[in-house]
Design a binder for this molecule. Structure first.
Ligand code: ADE
Length: 528
């Protein structure tokens, strides 16, 4: 494959609401010499990004050294061998270099399927340096120039991204929808659901730091992913560690994360999975968010109207994306239900938007799933957040929508938690989870009494119902009540909640008649 015709290709920011197949955007410079000595993290120095010709192609990088080290960056179809090797790691979201044994020369390959993911290249620890120090020294000025150029390019992209991301965009994010498309539809996204285990025999150079979360099946650590020979250069990541007998939970979550179409700004970013045989542990490596989970955040912070809209809107966008069977750009995707939505399973990002995490109980809703398969999934979740039909095991298993409706109920409780800490709509009390004190352990039987027999829901203070702003009363309040309706069919969808948040985010708390009119107008065509 040549790079003719690719050189001047740039990303097209076009988003059509029709079906299409998305080709991968990769670094594509074919072969270039490099100062990279196959340790730590290397930049390819390739400044050409190209849309792969064939939608089946993934991003690939190879490093080899036969006297002069070179890096090859290309697109390649993983169904075909590359330098005689089959690519097994192409569903990774980063390029984890793996040494190919038995070659004449020192040879490393990696593949991945995320935008421009074949740069930088992560090499396993403990590889010999192949370049003499004198050569390295002579390359220092060039390296500094490259770092400056890369930083400038990064800043430019960040700047452009922020400009493109208007806060009021509804559903479609130009950055995500970008890239190029062909006419034929990808009828099934199973290709994206390939094995994303880090197949490297060498494990990622990760140093565990402190424990930041403890779940039913696993513990989550903050950790450092080393990015060079020194200890100073690292990227913070989160590592979820499962004991060996929790293989099934690790596998479920890894399978959910392995779907490339799950990627979304409001879903925790997955890096890779590792089978740490020697330690008898399974790892999932993801992005790290230092603000921690939403429950911790709400316990420590009182929020204003803007934060309420940001947290609530992004939560709804995450759930809507999970439930959708198309991405916002129209690509086919398997709908997923979370089944354990709660404020502990929502992380707060540095920009105060949310992302969903902990997919250990999640379910991929294939069209081909039989009621038996669905029935086997059982009553799962956390009693406090369980919808009435889940509490009494009466979910309509014939209808996959019923799983989504149960998620919407749980999401309503989380939205209530967010509202309860907002000082723009009334007095704020100390944080309390829905249905009582944090320490109380609520079992299924007591929740049945409250939620089914007594039809109890978290308290809506009078200050919310009597609020003068239509934004609060009409949207937040009625939306929450419609999401936790006893009748699952009467609940609104997560996508509808996204649209309502889209409308109110811009509408500052106000009683202006004009604004009431705007909201009423929207109500006519949005999700009723
Ligand atoms: N707790 C659980 N997962 C986390 C993550 N990825 N970042 C920060 N805290 C977490």
């Amino acid at each position: 494959m040549t790079i003719t015709g690719r050189m001047n290709q740039f990303r097209y920011y076009i988003c059509l609401s029709v079906s299409f197949r998305l080709a991968q955007l990769c670094r594509f410079c074919d072969i270039e010499s490099t100062a990279c000595n196959a340790t730590g993290v290397c930049e390819s120095l390739c400044n050409i990004s190209s849309i792969c010709e064939n939608p089946n192609e993934v991003c690939v990088s190879a490093w080899r050294n036969k006297g002069n080290p070179i890096i090859e960056t290309v697109c390649h179809n993983p169904a075909l061998p590359f330098h005689g090797q089959y690519l097994t790691d192409y569903n990774n979201s980063v390029c984890l270099m793996k040494q190919v044994k038995g070659m004449e020369e020192d040879f490393y390959i990696c593949s991945c399927s995320q935008e421009e993911c074949n740069d930088p290249l992560f090499f396993p620890d403990g590889v010999e340096r192949n370049l003499p120090p004198v050569l390295l020294v002579s390359l220092v000025p060039a390296l500094i120039a490259v770092v400056v150029l890369l930083s400038a390019f990064y800043c430019y992209r960040l700047f452009r991204q922020q400009n493109l991301k208007a806060p009021k965009t509804k559903g479609i994010d130009s950055e995500t929808c970008a890239i190029i498309m062909s006419d034929d539809d990808r009828s099934d996204s199973s290709s994206a659901n390939a094995n994303s285990l880090n197949h490297n025999t060498e494990l990622l150079p990760i140093q565990l730091d402190v424990i930041v979360g403890k779940g039913r099946f696993a513990e989550v650590y903050r950790a450092k992913l080393k990015q060079g020979a020194t200890d100073e250069s690292f990227q913070m990541v989160a590592v979820k560690i499962f004991p060996y007998d929790e293989y099934a939970s690790w596998k479920t979550e890894w399978e959910i994360f392995s779907d490339a179409e799950l990627r979304h700004e409001n879903v925790l970013q997955f890096l890779t999975a590792e089978d740490r045989k020697a330690e008898r542990r399974y790892w999932l490596i993801t992005a790290y968010h230092e603000r921690g989970n939403l429950q911790e955040f709400l316990t420590q912070h009182v929020i204003g109207w803007d934060e309420l809209c940001r947290l609530g809107g992004s939560l709804a966008r995450g759930v809507a994306h999970l439930h959708a069977d198309r991405t916002s750009c129209g690509r086919a995707k398997v709908a997923i239900v979370h089944r354990d939505l709660k404020s502990v399973n929502v992380l707060v990002k540095s920009d105060l938007s949310c992302c969903l995490c902990d997919f250990g109980l999640s379910l991929r809703l294939h069209n081909s799933m039989s009621p038996e398969e669905l029935a086997n999934s059982g009553q799962v979740g956390t009693a406090r957040y369980m919808a009435p039909e889940v509490l009494e095991s009466r979910l309509d298993l014939e209808n996959i929508e019923s799983f989504k409706q149960a998620d919407v109920y749980s999401m309503a409780l989380v939205l209530w938690e967010i509202m309860s800490r907002c000082n723009a709509i009334g007095d704020v009390r100390e944080y309390e989870p829905p249905f009582g004190k944090l320490k109380d352990h609520l079992c299924v039987e007591s929740m049945k009494d409250d939620v089914i027999r007594d039809r109890l829901r978290p308290e809506i203070p009078a200050s919310w119902t009597n609020h003068t702003s239509p934004g609060v009363v009409v949207l937040c309040l009625s939306t929450i009540e419609e999401c936790w309706d006893h009748d699952p069919e009467a609940r609104v969808t997560a996508q509808c909640v996204v649209e309502r948040f889209g409308e109110i985010s811009s509408a500052v708390i106000s009683t202006e008649p004009k604004m009431i009119w705007i909201i009423e107008m929207k109500y006519e065509f949005c999700c009723f």
